[in-house]
Design a protein around this ligand. Sequence first.
Ligand code: GLV
Ligand code: MN
Ligand code: MN
Length: 417
Amino acid sequence: MAPDTEATPLARALTATVTGLLSDIAGTGTDNIRGGYTRPVYSTAELDLRNWFIEQATTRGLSVETDLNGAIWAWWDVPGGDRSNSLVTGSHLDSVPGGGAFDGPLGVASALVAVDILKSRIATPARPLAVVVFPEEEGSRFGVACLGSRLMTGAIDPDKARNLRDQDGSTFADVAKANGLDPRFIGRDEKLLGQIGAFVELHVEQGRGLIDLDQPIAIASSILGHGRWRLSVHGQGNHAGTTLMADRHDPMVSASRIVVAIRDIARNQTNARATVGRLQPVPGGTNVIASRVDFWLDVRHPDDAVTAHVVEAIHAQARLIAAEEGCTVELREESLSPTVHFDPALQKELQLALPQAPILDTGAGHDAGVLAPYVPTAMVFVRNPSGVSHSPEEHVVDEDAETGARTLADALHGLMA
Ligand code: GLV
Ligand code: MN
Ligand code: MN
């Protein structure tokens, strides 16, 4: 037998494993400060991953296309090329700062291996099948999570998207243009959306549900409603040495107290989660009392009315705290995703392929959640033995990763019947 190194690219692809594919990209976008990966959308790292995906898809004979909003689609077409009622699977390749290796890439690698498994079983698919890579799922560059799928579905106004800015001040329109998109044409893609018959996203589990149940795979029931708000506390910038403590209007002091209040308000509301993970003083100098502090609030709850109530309570408390320092506060919504319940019929079909799999909800957002109001959508979760995510400690053992891909192949195969 010829040694593996002499195998053709196609032969190599058809013996690929999820773990092997992930090890191909293990050196891309490593974060030397935090550990893990920092792969913001359209960074060198994310572009390298997109090219890796295109190469993998092309090697498998899939037709690769980038849509108007920057999502990459790799199609296994039916004879004749009709793409109506397509099955779509996939995930994202961008990451949070210092994220894990699996959040996003696991779904993409598993989708490629699922295609391999299906190709070993059938010569042509009974329904067109596409593997998709959505851009900016994390929203870690432009602030709005699932920006690609929001644009495709029309869930975000294209004008709002064009004007989003990254931390360097570049607009999404400019960055999109520099990466081959025409920002005039971003937005709802009626044709593509109309072609999707079902979307199934495989994802690493981001909590402890499967650990506690001692199971490798789950089917998702729902995603908690969640949103992002930007709080800005305005005070008076001044000199750290000459400004007496009694004379200060220091927004950093207000912001610190507001962060604690946010934790307390969320603790008092069953099932609520509220986080401040990013805080930016302006101008940000050791011997400078800040003139403004911006920080970002992430709030989640299964009941959207409770989410709104928690945010109102935070806003009211923030106003009081800021006033005590002679500061003012403004709060702006950056994105909001209502609680999503996945398609019950599709969930039942997945249960046929995965009779042992428990049904779990999740507090993490996904492109599948954005697509759910528009097309039948489902998710499959793979056990994460650390129970930790958005962190380098996120993990999946090899055996579970391969089980996930086989499971995804079985589910897609079942949906072709
Ligand atoms: C994305 O993973 C999110 O839940 O914020
Ligand atoms: Mn993800
Ligand atoms: Mn994530």
